[in-house]
Design a protein around this ligand. Structure first.
Ligand code: CAA
Ligand code: NAD
Length: 283
């Protein structure tokens, strides 16, 4: 199963990173966003990341030009009709994702593989709502995609083993280290990481220490690259809340329950870095 043409649906934090690394690895990439403003924001995110990679001497200017030439943008889902692999990276909402895959089913060829970058939804439930559960897997990247080496590949009971093998090979072609995880909400990383971030919010609510002091404690005491609040702001508090709600709904364990403070910040539109304010103020 040769993967040459890749589609990416959603060009937010994750979709922009996925599109960038795929184009950099030599794939022809078509990105679909909702409107021209979202395309412009996605392009800017990719350009900023490419400039950063150039500054850090990870790539040359020629590499950036070649990758940019392999990237195309559209608002029309039908422009993904000729893709071999379509990776969905839209908001963490089961119905929105299912509607996207439903529309993709109608336009993409029978050979096309569908993958979801979901953080916490079960891949099986999304696969079951498509006409091609055998050609459907989870492909979970980490933020920031151009930097983080891991990708989780998540087959379901219905996935064709050849499809899984092709997607693992695709992950390697992107320069990532794929692991294969069982399909359960949170896979491996979020199963462990999400309760840690939520627990940090609960400790803040209990008055254990200030936000910067808890972050400093985890950075300098444990060697983590970011403290839990900086990380939650980086992931997006809206996304973190959605993930917590989905994982709590799945497991009914208090460790996944969204803390009230997280809800209040999201109600106020303080989604973290992407809106300029979350636990920290970035303005
Ligand atoms: N393209 C390519 N490489 C880049 C780059 C880019 N745009 N930007 C930076 N890099 C490289 C740098 O050159 C550097 O490489 P070396 O180590 O070889 O020198 C490396 O990436 C780190 O970059 P910086 O030194 O500029 O950045 P930093 O040290 O400030 O680290 C960070 C930034 C990578 C974000 C770091 O703080 C970090 O790892 N934070 C934690 C991120 C994390 O935990 N992500 C997972 C979130 S959870 C998730 O994603 C799953 C989910 O479903 C919610
Ligand atoms: P985001 O809010 O930054 O981006 C989502 C994008 O999807 C937006 O630009 C929005 O305009 C677009 N969109 C919504 N509906 C669309 C549609 N029907 N067609 C095309 N575009 C559409 O979110 P994100 O952080 O990039 O998260 C995307 C997915 O990746 C979610 O499932 C999330 O759980 C997962 N994820 C997030 C992270 C993270 O750290 N933020 C890490 C791994 C996985």
């Amino acid at each position: 199963m040769k993967i040459e043409r890749v589609g990416v649906v959603g060009c937010g934090l994750m979709g922009s990173g996925i599109a960038e690394v795929a184009a950099r690895a030599g794939f022809e990439v078509m990105v679909r966003e909702l409107d021209e403003a979202a395309i412009a924001a996605g392009r800017r995110r990719i350009e900023r990341s490419m400039s950063r990679a150039l500054e850090k001497e990870k790539v040359t200017a020629a590499d950036n030009e070649a990758a940019t030439a392999r990237l195309q943008f559209t608002t029309e889902l039908s422009d993904l009709a000729d893709r071999d692999l379509v990776i969905e990276a839209i908001v963490e909402n089961a119905d929105a994702k299912a509607a996207t895959f439903d529309a993709l089913d109608a336009v993409c060829g029978d050979h096309a593989i569908f993958a979801t970058n979901t953080s916490s939804l079960t891949v099986t439930d999304l696969a079951a709502r498509t006409a091609r559960p055998d050609r459907f897997v989870g492909l979970h990247f980490f933020n920031p995609v151009p930097v983080m080496r891991l990708v989780e590949v998540v087959p379901t009971l219905a996935s064709d083993p050849d499809v899984v093998e092709s997607v693992v090979a695709f992950g390697r072609a992107l320069g990532k280290e794929p692991i294969v995880a069982r399909d359960g909400s949170g896979f491996v990383v979020n199963l462990l990481l999400v309760p840690y971030m939520l627990d940090a919010v609960r400790q803040l609510e209990r008055g254990v220490a200030s936000i910067p002091d808890i972050d400093t404690a985890m950075r300098l005491g444990c060697g983590y690259p970011m403290g839990p609040f900086a990380l939650a702001d980086f992931v997006g508090l809206d996304t973190t809340l959605r993930i917590a709600e989905i994982m709590f709904d799945e497991y009914r364990e208090s460790r996944y329950a969204p803390p009230p403070l997280l809800r209040r910040l999201v109600s106020l539109g303080r989604f973290g870095r992407k809106t300029g304010r979350g636990f920290y103020d970035y303005s």
